[in-house]
Ligand binder design. Structure first.
Ligand code: UGA
Length: 470
């Protein structure tokens, strides 16, 4: 059992790690500057919507292994490990804002009492392990020493706890191998590959991973736009691509694109790091542009069908940036609402958990309890976030509620045939207008043994490129 302090414990990453590290059997004190949230947490109430979080929070409090405070002087002195989990939002230039990291490192340095390992868990610009080590050294009382280990997180909102317990890998960046192993030991109840590397490389693994996943999404979205013009089906294209083991079908779902507090911010930050270091990053810039373009594409679809948006009533199903979270940061819904309001449409929207956040930001949006309410007298509806409830809508009820006929499926999750059967007009993203005989996906069982057979000898095998392994 280790004594751990988690700085930024009321945020997504900090809270998910606080409850999980306590569940691993460590003694955890979470510290955060938000007194309202700390008060809720000590009361056993999770301030964010995240599956399994409330259960682990209550278990941690009940066992006494988990406590929360706003006071660094309580949290830091007993800690052998301090996790930095504060936010690094985008600045105006797209670079990461490191002011919360500076504040956290300064406070940690002033309160530490002995040898402390500081774990950089927040997504921080490359070079931050050294940056944090310098701040710690500058403010440390004499006799107090620090070692910094970069240990990026790979959690998805909505399955953060699952991801902590089932990591694909644990990445540790440190110049001090003993410190890296000590941090690795905190996770020894997990069955995961550990990659130990230099701090800068570990920091780059995080940015490159997020940028690559965002690139997959923008790639398939660009293909979807071409499919829209050529009357091909992007979902089947993605499936066909994904059957290639080198590609995999994951993160190839075409639609309104990525949002949230990570992909947009991290792709921008990586592009900014490239720019600041005289490197071009045309691919990263294209990924962001394509993503923004998906929102405009959906608005254009609706405008084309309705003729004008002025005076139209548009229903939005789903407001959070993805299902199973109430987070609306950089959610596609935000851009859609802004554009619809700018064009003087009336917006009626609904989300299972994010209505209150939208109400606070857009008082002019009419919020409904469910999709049927958001569809009431609407000229068109747009499925924005693929919450499970919206996959199995009673389409006859939607059709009866609406004034118009148009259903734009911004996540390609509805069955176009069923939408048409309810008397509605379906528009997906990169889905064919004329389904013809429809698509039957048949994987022939004979295909397996055929694939398993050794490759026949060919000239390719003796080609110099054949040894590259790709
Ligand atoms: C992402 C990464 O997946 C995590 O590995 C990473 O740790 C995290 O960022 C972070 O940096 O903290 P998250 O933003 O929670 O996690 O959500 P994702 O599930 O990755 O989805 C991101 C966005 O991409 C969502 O808006 C989602 O709707 C969209 N998306 C995802 C697509 O449009 N198509 C897809 O095929 C997949």
């Amino acid at each position: 059992m280790a004594n751990i302090a988690v700085v930024g414990a009321a945020g997504y990453v900090g809270l998910a790690y606080s409850v999980s590290l306590a569940a691993f059997g460590h003694r955890v004190i979470g510290v955060d500057r938000d007194p309202g949230r700390i008060w809720m947490l000590n009361d056993g109430v999770a301030p964010i919507h995240e599956p399994e979080l409330p259960e682990l929070l209550q278990r941690g409090l009940a066992t006494g292994l988990l406590t929360f405070t706003t006071d660094y002087a309580t949290a830091i002195p007993p800690a052998e490990f301090v996790f930095i989990c504060v936010g690094t939002p985008s600045t105006e230039t797209g670079a990461a804002d490191t002011s919360a990291i500076v504040a956290a490192a300064t406070a940690i340095a002033r309160q530490s009492k002995g040898r402390t390992i500081v774990v950089n868990k927040s997504t921080m610009p490359v070079g931050s392990a050294q940056f944090v080590a310098d701040i710690l050294a500058e403010h440390a009382p004499s006799g107090v020493t620090f070692t910094v280990v970069s240990n990026p997180e790979f959690l998805r909102e909505g399955s953060a706890i699952y991801d902590i317990f089932h990591p694909d890998r644990i990445v540790l960046g440190a110049d001090d191998l003993d410190a890296a192993h000590a941090v690795g030991d905190l996770y020894n109840t997990l069955n995961a590959a550990i990659l130990i590397t230099q701090p800068r490389t570990a920091e780059m693994v995080k940015y490159a991973s997020n940028a690559f996943l965002a690139t997959k999404i923008s790639f398939i979205n660009e293909v979807a736009l071409i499919c829209d013009q050529l009357d091909a089906d992007v979902d089947v294209v993605a499936r066909g691509m994904g059957m290639d083991a080198r590609i995999t079908p994951r993160f190839l779902h075409a639609g309104l694109g990525f949002g949230g507090s990570c992909f947009p911010k991290d792709v921008r930050a990586l592009a900014a790091m490239a720019r600041e270091n005289a490197c071009d990053s045309p691919l990263l810039n294209a990924v962001l542009d394509i993503n923004a373009g998906m929102r405009s594409h959906v608005i254009a679809k609706v405008r084309r069908r309705l003729g004008t948006l002025t005076g139209a009533t548009i229903g939005l199903f789903g407001l959070s940036f993805k299902p199973e979270t109430d987070d609306i940061r950089e959610a596609p819904a935000i851009s859609l609402i802004e554009e619809l309001l700018a064009q003087e449409a009336t917006v009626q929207a609904t989300d299972p958990v994010a209505n209150a956040h939208i109400a606070a930001r857009f008082p002019e949006v009419r919020l409904a309890a469910d999709a049927y309410g958001a569809a009431m007298s609407a000229d068109a509806v747009i499925l924005v976030t693929e919450w499970p409830a919206y996959r199995s809508l009673n389409l006859d009820r939607i059709a009866n509620a609406m004034r118009g006929r148009l259903v734009v499926d911004g996540r390609n999750v509805l069955d176009p045939g069923k939408v048409a059967s309810a008397g509605l007009v379906y528009e997906g993203i990169g889905r064919p207008r004329n389904e013809g005989a429809g698509t039957r996906i048949t994987v022939l069982p004979e295909a397996e043994p055929l694939r398993a057979q050794p490759r026949p000898e060919s000239v390719i095998d003796s080609h110099p490129l054949a040894s590259r392994g790709d």
